[in-house]
Design a protein around this ligand. Sequence first.
Ligand code: PEP
Ligand code: MG
Length: 315
Amino acid sequence: RRTKALAARSGPGVTRDGTEIALLANIGGVEDAVAAGALDLEGVGLFRTEFVFLSAAKAPTVAEQTEIYRRVFEPFGERRVVVRTLDAGADKPLAFADLGPEENPALGRRGLRLSAERPELLDAQLEALAVAARETGADVRVMAPMVATAEEAAWFARRVRENGLPKAGVMIEVPGAALRASDVLGEVDFGSLGTNDLAQYTMAADRMQGALSDLLDPWQPAVLDVIAAACEGADRAERPMGVCGESAGDPLLALVLVGLGASSLSMAPSKVPVVRFALSVHSLAECQELAVVAREARTAQEALQRVRDRADRQL
Ligand code: PEP
Ligand code: MG
């Protein structure tokens, strides 16, 4: 018993019956990377590169970016680092990637849509990432934000490969992409659910509006249904699907996400120990049962309550 309890508190993420679920960090720059790299976790599941350039007036050069990415990758040795290309626009405006005012920025030219209009920005970033990956030997995988269609995924994957990077993925945070995940993921190597935006777009509730937090709750049964559809699509396309929204750091919801089919969880590094523990005391079948129970609920509160009642008492 003692060995098992110890195992639950360190090492890679694994369910009680041995299903491996990588536990990864969400980071926003060099300082975060140095801190997370020193921790017992399996790498990075979301590096929000736009955070590095929030105060930059001019587009960073390839050389400037290479230096930053090298310092981000180094602390992780050979562990994986999933890098998200610039997610500019809406709640994260960048001075050098501003396409002018929009009526509805969250529904506008943000994320990959902005990259499509300014491909030179994307290519400079991909070039810098490729050089930094080569120099450090890190397991770098690149993914695009705000992908809505399979064509967009294909366009992104081509550019990633043209720059000599081995693995391309997409964030699944638009309900349209989630519902057609098998087509979208068929064009790339992996998917990662961005549950913050997925909840915003599924419930038509601006994530910047605190007054709408009940609608933005990832326990909303409709959000769970969209996540389930996305995971089923990933399964059909035989591609791994992770989660990198804040929901992955909630231990009860993490169990549900694994039950729905998520194969990795990326979160604020401080959440990793409690999520590791939660996984270690539940089997995959129990996670799947929790997912069914959550989706049978009619409200977000009820979904949470049902899972809390059924999950291990220690949580
Ligand atoms: C998300 O949308 O869930 C996500 C992980 O990305 P961000 O919060 O940076 O939009
Ligand atoms: Mg997002």
